[in-house]
Write a protein that binds this ligand. Structure first.
Ligand SMILES: [Zn+2]
Length: 257
C-alpha cells in the first residue's frame, strides 16, 4: 500500500486491518433475525504490515472465542457462542483448552458453560494490538511508549500476584474513570466500545475497552522518556507506579521499536 505505514511498527503496510478484529462482530446470518440489526457497519480499520495483522496469526479468532463465551456478557455474545463459536470449534477442535463443560441455571433457565484454560499472553497481545490500533486511529501515528494491560479477567489461579495487581489497579482506574470527561466511542457498542482518558501530568493515558457490555480491559499508555521515567518512579504512589507499568506482573512490556 503506497504511503501507508503500519499502525504498530511503521514499516510499510500491506493491508488494512480491523480494530478490534472483524470476527468479533456477529454476522448477519446469526443475529439479524433476532436483533433486527447489523453489527458490521462502520468498523475501524488501520494500515498494517504482515507481522502485525492479527488475522494472519489466528489470534483474532482466539480473542473472539474467549471473549464472547464469558459469563456476564449481553445476549448478543451468548448468541455468538451458540453459532459462530460452535463453527470455529468444529473447524479447530484445539482452539480452546477446555477443562470441563457444565450447565448453570439462572432463574430456572439452563445455560451451558465451558470452563476454559485461557492463554493470557495471547490475549494480552491482542489487547495491545487493539490499543495500538485505536491509538493510531485517533492520532494518525503509532504509539511509541510503554504499554501495561490491566484486566480482572482470566487470571490464572496460580498467579496470585498478577491477580492482586489486576484487581487493585482495575479498582483504581474504575474510580478515576468517573472523572474522565472524554467521549465513549464505538458504532456498535453492544459489541465493542472504547474511551481514552485525558493525558495526565506523567504523560500517561488510560484506554478503556469494553466488550459485549460485560468485559472491561484497561490499557495504560505512557510516553515518558526513559530518563523521566526513572526519575518519576522514585516519587510515585502505587497508582502511578501501576500507571507507569512498573508493576508489570501481568503485562506485556515491549521496548521501543
Ligand atoms: Zn507492523
Amino acid at each position: 500500500m503506497v504511503d501507508k505505514k503500519c499502525y504498530w511498527c511503521e514499516k510499510e503496510a500491506v493491508s488494512m486491518e480491523h480494530v478490534p478484529p472483524r470476527c468479533l462482530f456477529p454476522e448477519d446470518k446469526d443475529v439479524k433475525h433476532i436483533f433486527n440489526k447489523t453489527y458490521r457497519e462502520h468498523l475501524i480499520t488501520v494500515p498494517s504490515c504482515d507481522e502485525h495483522n492479527l488475522q494472519k496469526s489466528n489470534l483474532d479468532e482466539y480473542l473472539m472465542v474467549t471473549l464472547s463465551g464469558k459469563v456476564g456478557n449481553n445476549g448478543l455474545a451468548y448468541i455468538q457462542t451458540l453459532t459462530k463459536i460452535e463453527r470455529s470449534r468444529k473447524r479447530n477442535s484445539k482452539l480452546l483448552d477446555i477443562e470441563k463443560g457444565e450447565t448453570i441455571y439462572i432463574k430456572d433457565k439452563e445455560f451451558p458453560v465451558l470452563w476454559v484454560n485461557v492463554d493470557t499472553q495471547k490475549l494480552n497481545y491482542s489487547f495491545e494490538s487493539i490499543a495500538r490500533g485505536l491509538y493510531y486511529h485517533e492520532n494518525n501515528t503509532s504509539f511509541k511508549g510503554r504499554i501495561t494491560i490491566v484486566s480482572k479477567l482470566f487470571n490464572h489461579p496460580d498467579d496470585s500476584n498478577g491477580t492482586e495487581f489486576n484487581i487493585r489497579a482495575s479498582k483504581l482506574i474504575e474510580s478515576e474513570r468517573m472523572h474522565w470527561n472524554t467521549e465513549v466511542k464505538g458504532t456498535n457498542k453492544e459489541v465493542f466500545s472504547y474511551q481514552f482518558s485525558p493525558i495526565d501530568g506523567f504523560k500517561t493515558q488510560t484506554l478503556a475497552l469494553n466488550f459485549f457490555e460485560g468485559i472491561d480491559i484497561y490499557i495504560i499508555l505512557n510516553e515518558l522518556t526513559d530518563k523521566d521515567y526513572e526519575e518519576a518512579k522514585l516519587k510515585l504512589s502505587f497508582l502511578n507506579k501501576a500507571f507507569l507499568g512498573d508493576l508489570q506482573l501481568n503485562a506485556n512490556h515491549r521496548d521501543k521499536q
